[in-house]
Design a protein around this ligand. Structure first.
Ligand SMILES: CC(C)(COP(=O)(O)OP(=O)(O)OC[C@H]1O[C@@H](n2cnc3c(N)ncnc32)[C@H](O)[C@@H]1OP(=O)(O)O)[C@@H](O)C(=O)NCCC(=O)NCCS
Length: 170
């Protein structure tokens, strides 16, 4: 018998208040622990969820990305966490979320996005370790990257810090 299943259409949109529980469940499943979901809950409570996007398929939340304001010499966001449901990974959902987040950050007038992650994964979106290397932060190192959103940033060095909620992440 023919298989009539269709690949679900994936929509990326801004998260709404009613999505909170589904997002938290998804993050726990993606990371296999509660730390990142607790981080997102704290960022929400602190009013630091500057950009929060969900990927939705068949009305289910299958992906999420959050960006929060950083303290930096220019208007910078920190991208974290990024979560895709285990059964939906490696299908471009993470990439769709990052692409949409970058567009929103540009529209919001942000100057740069920092991220801690795999340079091979984030490199394809333009994030660069060399551009983050001049900035002092507890996350500095070979996995710390920056994506500039303007041609000439006013600083290439300086002290930067993630939003307060990251201080309680183990
Ligand atoms: C990392 C993650 C967000 C990627 O989302 P995704 O939707 O699977 O990614 P995409 O489909 O856009 O990209 C897939 C590509 O990313 C790379 N990739 C995916 N997961 C990876 C991983 N864990 N490590 C390194 N590279 C990975 C691969 O190159 C893959 O391409 P391939 O399938 O051709 O080999 C997802 O795997 C996830 O939620 N992981 C658990 C949580 C996590 O670690 N989050 C990231 C840190 S904040």
């Amino acid at each position: 018998m023919a298989d009539h299943r269709m690949t679900a259409v994936v929509i990326v949109r801004s998260a709404r208040a009613g999505d909170d529980e589904a997002i938290d469940d998804l993050i726990v499943r993606a990371f296999g622990r509660h730390d990142e979901a607790q981080l997102v809950a704290q960022l929400r409570r602190d009013g630091d969820a500057a950009i929060s996007l969900v990927a939705v398929a068949d009305e289910a939340v299958i992906g999420h990305v959050l960006l929060s304001p950083m303290s930096a010499p220019f208007r910078a966001l920190g991208l974290a966490p990024l979560s895709v449901a285990p059964e939906n990974q490696r299908r471009g959902v993470g990439a769709a979320l990052i692409d949409a987040a970058i567009i929103q950050a540009r529209h919001g007038g942000w100057s740069a996005i920092f991220v801690l992650g795999d340079p091979v994964y984030y490199g394809r979106f333009g994030f660069r370790t060399d551009l983050a290397a001049g900035f002092l932060s507890p996350y500095a190192g070979p996995h710390f990257m920056m994506l500039p959103l303007e041609d000439l940033l006013p600083a290439t060095t300086g002290r930067i810090a993630y939003a307060a909620a990251f201080g309680s992440l183990g």
